[in-house]
Design a protein around this ligand. Sequence first.
Ligand code: SF4
Length: 65
Amino acid sequence: MPGHANGKAAAEPCANLSSDLRCRLWAQVERPSCCAGLKPSDEMCGDNRQQALAWLSALELASRP
Ligand code: SF4
């Protein structure tokens, strides 16, 4: 999978995500502003992790160059 010039490739987990799926930068000033400003919605999160990942996958497909 090709890398991204400004970060991670699509479908690649964030480098700040721990093995137990928690943000290592949570509540720290180093946490990116785009993360801190994100307003999660029911549509985005769904009822479980699988639904949230499916929503992300659909966004990645829709925004593919
Ligand atoms: S909140 Fe942002 S920095 Fe933290 S794990 Fe998620 S994407 Fe990465």
